[in-house]
Design a protein around this ligand. Sequence first.
Ligand SMILES: [Zn+2]
Length: 143
Amino acid sequence: MKNIKEKVAYLQGLVQGLNIDETTKEGRVLTAIVDVLDEMADQLDEIETAQSDLEEYVESIDEDLYDLEGDILGDDFDEEEMVEVECPGCKEIVCFESDIIDDEDLIEVTCPNCDEVVYVNDQDILNGTNDEAQIMGKKEDDI
Ligand SMILES: [Zn+2]
């Protein structure tokens, strides 16, 4: 908030330098505005300090929570479960995250060695019995 404080200080300097007559209506309004700006800058400064204190506090809570999760769930709670599949092409063992199996999107795992598809998370496609094709077939019968 230093920037705003500096700008307000500059304005205050300007007002003083211009020898604004505070007995006139305009002069009173101008000096009042600059005074309010100065107060606002001070309050913003306080809010910023309070905000960064709060951020630090939340971060420390987050770290404690992370440690606590580790204690409760065990050390491997954040480790991905890996699945190993043997490539039908080159017999290389291919590892992939078990998340892929349950993923809603169609994912093909290919062998990094020979690019052969080693796993498709939609087993129907792999087995040649596509549910979607069957449903479409039924629809055509209905018509
Ligand atoms: Zn392969």
